[in-house]
Design a protein around this ligand. Structure first.
Ligand SMILES: Nc1ncnc2c1ncn2[C@@H]1O[C@H](COP(=O)(O)OP(=O)(O)OP(=O)(O)O)[C@@H](O)[C@H]1O
Length: 345
């Protein structure tokens, strides 16, 4: 995509602040009684890819809307390229590209026409524009479909054309709101590859909201897990997954012995057994016929677990420790109390 960048619009660079985004104590209340964000502090380093993860309603999109200067904080501060996006809305928006969850293409136009129209709205210079539009769409795999109406595109093609439109202004910061929702696995994979290219290869900073933990693990340098408008965990995906550690054990046994095995292992584990800050499920679970999973059990507990099983007359065929994943941490963190019932920090 580097060859298309030479035709970029002459926007004065945003400066070299190390953190492209700095959010401090951001709280957002919507009347009458919704607290969408509750004291969120977050920095996004230049060139990094940060994923915002969380259930529906956790506050992810509300963060993006503050970054784009579309919402005013109830409390706290937001800085993008060192400036307040409310005060310097046009300046900030000129340097960021937002792919919202909603459609941004006119279905009646072709992809090429959509980008030409956007270029006029953004007042981009016409010199080299046609080559840039064709180059962007080609780079995003739409080279042979440029002149087809968007209404005939698949969901994956529409998302790629939308990304091309967002990249038209050569933004330094990309805000992507669940870009691969509703895409099939192949289209998701393709879009992910393209996001990786425009972020890591081209050095853009990216904030991406996603429900897809595999996507977060594959794309993000840092993952921020939100629950009820607060950050509950933050770190790089591998580091976060390792917090869960080898705290689960999978036991293969005779399916006829499942009930006895559940009874024999029921007292193992317990709240907090998964490590500091976690309160995950600890009851034994059947993962499939003859496959029992014990959460909150470490390697050191295995001999005692086996003794219990043998005493209960259970035939054990195999015991495997299970490495923690980002998904384990996410599920563990979200097993916490519902909004409004949690303890205040
Ligand atoms: N304009 C608004 N008026 C009232 N409540 C709002 C408004 N915008 C968002 N909310 C509420 O704020 C909370 C956070 O919403 P937000 O859209 O940020 O969540 P999200 O994490 O992006 O969820 P999703 O994954 O469903 O997109 C929700 O309870 C939502 O209903």
């Amino acid at each position: 995509m580097a060859e298309t960048a030479v035709h970029q619009a002459p926007v004065e660079p945003a400066g070299h602040a190390e953190n492209v985004v700095e959010i401090k104590g951001l709280t957002k209340r919507f009347p009458p009684d919704v607290t969408a964000l509750d004291g969120v502090s977050l920095t996004v380093a230049r060139g990094s890819v940060v994923g915002l993860l969380g259930h529906n309603g956790a506050g992810k999109t509300t963060i993006l809307r503050h970054l784009a200067g579309l919402l005013a904080p109830s409390a706290g501060t937001v800085r993008v390229f060192g400036r307040d996006p409310l005060e310097h809305g046009a300046w900030v928006r000129r340097r960021l590209g937002m792919l919202p969850g909603t459609a941004i293409l006119d279905q009646r136009m072709t992809a090429r026409e959509n980008l030409r129209f956007a270029a006029r709205l953004f007042d981009l210079p016409t010199r080299g524009l046609e080559e840039r539009i064709a180059g962007l769409l080609t780079d995003l795999g739409l080279g042979d479909r440029l002149d087809e109406r968007v209404s005939g595109y698949s969901a994956g093609m529409r998302q790629r054309a939308s990304l091309a439109k967002v990249l038209l202004t050569d933004p330094e910061l990309l805000l992507l709101d669940e870009p691969s929702t509703a895409l099939d696995p192949v289209a998701q994979q393709e879009l992910r590859g393209m996001i990786r290219r425009v972020s890591h290869d081209e050095g853009r900073t990216v904030v991406i909201c996603t429900h897809d933990l595999a996507e977060a693990a594959a794309l993000c340098d840092t993952v921020v897990i939100l629950a009820h408008g607060r950050i509950v965990a933050e770190g790089n995906p591998a580091e976060l997954a390792s917090r869960v550690g080898h705290t689960a054990v999978e036991i293969e046994l005779d399916p006829d012995d499942e009930r006895a095995a559940l009874a024999a292992t029921a007292r193992r584990g317990g709240p907090g057994a998964n490590g500091p800050g976690t309160n995950g499920p600890s009851a034994p679970e059947l993962e499939g016929p003859g496959r029992l999973r014990l959460q909150g059990v470490t390697r050191a507990d295995v001999p005692a677990v086996l003794r219990d099983l043998v005493a209960a007359g259970v035939d054990v065929y195999a015991v495997r420790p299970r490495t923690g994943t980002l998904e384990d941490l996410y599920l563990t963190l979200h097993a916490g109390p519902a909004r409004g019932t949690e303890e205040q920090p």
